[in-house]
Every structure is written in C-alpha cells, then in structure tokens.
Design a protein around this ligand. Sequence first.
Ligand SMILES: O=C(O)CCC(=O)C(=O)O
Ligand SMILES: [Fe+2]
Length: 261
Amino acid sequence: MLEQIKLLKLNRSILKNLSNDFKMPKQLGYVPINASWELINKLTQLCQHHYDSLRNSDLLPNGEIIEPQDYQKDLFRIRTPDSTHAIEAFCTDPRILSMIMDYLGELPIVQDIGLYWSSTNSSRDSSQQFHLDKAYDKQVKFSINIWPTNIENGPLSFLPADISKNFCEVSGQKWATKLSDDEIYNICPKSALVEVLGEPGSGMAVDTSRCFHFGGRAFNGERLIFRANFSPRIYANKLKRRLPFQKQTTSNLLYKQIFVL
Ligand SMILES: O=C(O)CCC(=O)C(=O)O
Ligand SMILES: [Fe+2]
C-alpha cells in the first residue's frame, strides 16, 4: 500500500516535469534520438568496450557466445562493470524516462535490455520478417547503433504507427505476425519504411507493438546494437520475465530509480 502511494506521487511529480524537447508523437509511434547527447556518447563507448572485453578475454572460450550465423545474440548476458554501468545510466536518465512517461502515461518497467550482435547472414527467420511485438499493447523500444549501420548491416526497419494501423484495417489482420514484404507492400508504400541507419550513437525509440518492423537482415556485414524496451507496469506481473535489475542490490540506486527497475 505504501509502495502504491509512493508510486502515485512519483508518477505525478515526473509527469509535471516532463521535458518538451524530446517526445514521441503518438500518431507516429517513433522518435529519433540525438547521437550528440552525452548519455548516448558514453553508452556507445561502454558497449564497444564491453564487446572488446568479450572478444579479447577468455570470457568467450571457444567462441561460445559469438558464433557465425547468429542473427541476434545478446552480449549483455555476460555482465561486466561496463555493461552494468551502461544499463543503469540509460534506464535512469531523466530525459529518457520523461519521454517514455509522456508516451505510456505512467512510469515504465524495464522489460529487456541487451547488446545485440548479428553476424552476416542470409536468413529470414522470426524477427527478420515484418511483425508487431504483440506481447504488449504499447511499449517504447530503443535501438541504438553501436557500429556504423547501413542497409547491408540489417538495420531495424519499420512502418510508422499510422501506416501500420492502416495496414491492419485494410487487410483485416489484427494480430499479424511474420508477414512477407510482399504482403506489406501490397498495401503500404515502400517509401514509408523508416530505417535506423547511421554512425555509432544513431538510433530511434519505436513502439514496436504498434509499428510493423523487422531487423537483422545483415546480408553484408555484422551489426551491433544496444536495445532497451520499456512497457506499462501491468506487464511486470503478466509476463513473469527476469527483469534486468531483479538481482541487483538497490542500495546504490536513487529512490525513483528503484521503481523503474
Ligand atoms: O533485429 C531488429 O532490429 C529487430 C528485432 C525485433 O523484432 C525487436 O526488437 O522487436
Ligand atoms: Fe519485434
């Protein structure tokens, strides 16, 4: 009960102090992030260090984690001080949090955080095909390029929320998963596709529950991205997932951070 009251108070105080310069328009369901932010700068460096430390150390005996022909491997499954630091700084950043709160209308829960590496591949499995992440009604997912990413590295690619909604209305599909490009482009203009391309630190926040998307079609060159998704709190209990911070002590976290994690 006390927790509930604290949470309500916190919600109210953050909602009152939302920043205006970084918001996700509800109609579009996405917003680019700014690669020049100090936070993003540090994040890309920490992720790169993390990758280097795995590559150069015996943390990866026999290439246990990084193997050829994987279109998505989470390298944060091995924790180092760099990875922990990167995760904490991102999840508790006021500008990031206030944007998410404006969009979701409440303080979010961190559902997943990872450093995802894709090898060069020619597969079209699962998330490499158009789909909606229908575990949630809405969410905010960040996808940030740690390495320069062009079309050959399999960028996250998506259709804005209004175009995706139109697809569902016209096709009559509500819970569409794994659609072929042809099925999508029969209804949606190809020119509407947004690709998360660019230098290290380039990235976007996308509601992948409302925007049809795919990624990891790295047909000529590896990809390394930081990904974090935040959902409404109701899903914390519904999906009994292991949340990223569950096992962490809270003693060194600020009061408001504890609620997010
Ligand atoms: O590989 C990607 O960039 C997209 C993966 C995906 O479907 C997701 O993050 O929901
Ligand atoms: Fe997805």
